[in-house]
Design a protein around this ligand. Structure first.
Ligand code: RB5
Length: 374
């Protein structure tokens, strides 16, 4: 599941308690530590911005784990200062570390997971040999230090490249991305297979500012929920081509997804790929999904064996509309060999945007998962 790490960088100390409580459904709080040296124009000038008193406020008002990001010139000598708060991660900048392995060792000695951060211009070759020694790599998608900058689009390609590097080394190192990510562009890093997304001004207005139009009618909790609205995709070989084409369509439309396979046209068994996506939905890691096999029939039969799954095989836009309005279908099923791409797009659009009507349909939907006797 993609996790959200909420950055409190632009929140004034006096507003921290309110901010922390307002985003209690976040997976992590991202703590940016600046020293006025590594990051010259950082808020807080020459002193550490997130000093101990800030972190104490956060810790005493929330149980959400901390994700500490040291944007400082001398990480080695400052690890204890942050490790004593038992964060989940401590990341340090490769550009700032004389001896990265010594920093990693020190972080691990404190029982904290180490991560390496890279500025947007720093090449991945700088960390290739260190991937096996860290739990996570943090890719900056803005120049560090200032809140509210725009996401640098080239970082999407960098995420894909890093994912390939990690896979080639057979590792499970996570990728985090930080900078300029909001509701309207979060699909870019998610669809490139990032694991953790940092967002600050995409969730809260900076202290003293009004929320932007992107989220002015939403609470921070609602923004985080929307950020986690990611489709779980699955197909067998018969649905692979249509799934690949739909992924391109989702990339254009700004729809977030995670592909649970298959990943090529080699013959596989459709129940296995229904299972992969369905389990993620039942674990509530993903809200909804799209499954595709040759006809859509086999994969929908398998998906519907699970209580709580309502997989609707739709052949038309009308089917898609009704599957949402009346059946609250949480999985759209398509036939890779029976549905053309243009009609699959139309069917998807209707299914994705139509709300369940509730009312008498809720009673019927409740009965779907009821006991069956014969
Ligand atoms: C695979 O050849 C095919 O049987 C499968 O994709 C699907 O159509 C099953 O219902």
């Amino acid at each position: 599941m993609v996790k959200i790490s909420t950055s409190l960088f632009t929140i004034e100390k006096k507003e921290l308690v309110k901010a922390v409580k307002a985003a209690s459904n976040t997976n992590y709080f991202h703590i940016d530590v600046t020293d006025g040296e590594f990051v010259k124009d950082a808020k807080g000038g020459a002193s550490l911005f997130y000093n101990e008193s800030h972190i104490k406020i956060i810790k005493s008002n929330s149980t959400v784990p901390l994700d500490v990001h040291l944007m400082i010139a001398n990480p080695l000598d400052n690890i204890e200062r942050y490790a004593k708060f038992y964060p989940h991660y401590i990341s340090f900048h490769i550009e700032a570390a004389q001896d990265p392995l010594a920093v990693i060792k020190k972080i691990k000695l404190h029982g904290v997971k180490p991560a390496i951060a890279l500025n947007p211009d720093t090449p991945l070759s700088m960390v290739e040999d260190l991937l096996k020694s860290v739990d996570m790599v943090l890719l900056m998608s803005v120049v560090p230090g200032k809140g509210g900058q725009g996401y640098i689009p080239q970082v999407t390609g960098k995420i894909r490249q890093l994912r390939k590097m990690i896979d080639e080394q057979g590792l499970d190192t996570l990728i985090e991305v930080d900078g300029g990510i909001k509701l309207d562009n979060i699909y870019l890093p998610i669809n490139a297979c990032v694991d953790i997304v940092v967002s600050g001004t995409g969730i809260y207005a900076p202290s003293g500012h009004e929320p932007t139009d992107d989220y002015k009618d939403l609470t921070p909790k609602e923004v985080i929920e929307k950020m986690k609205d990611i489709l779980a995709l699955g197909s067998d070989h018969g649905g692979y081509k249509l799934k690949e084409s739909l992924k391109k369509y989702f990339d254009k439309k700004g729809v977030s997804y995670k592909d649970f396979g298959c990943y090529n046209e080699e013959s596989v068994d459709y129940p296995d790929y229904a299972d992969k996506a369905v389990k993620e939905i039942l674990r509530k890691e993903y809200n909804r999904g799209v499954l595709i096999c040759g006809t859509g029939i086999g994969i929908s039969i398998r998906a519907n064996r699970y209580k709580g799954i309502r997989a609707a095989k739709c052949n038309s836009v009308f089917d898609a509309e009704m599957s949402r309005k009346h059946n609250d279908a949480n999985i759209l099923v398509l036939g890779g060999r029976t549905t053309s791409l243009p009609s699959a797009k139309k069917i998807f659009d209707k299914w994705y945007t139509t709300e369940f009507e509730g009312g008498r349909h809720q009673r019927r939907v409740d009965k779907l998962d009821g006991m069956v006797t014969y």
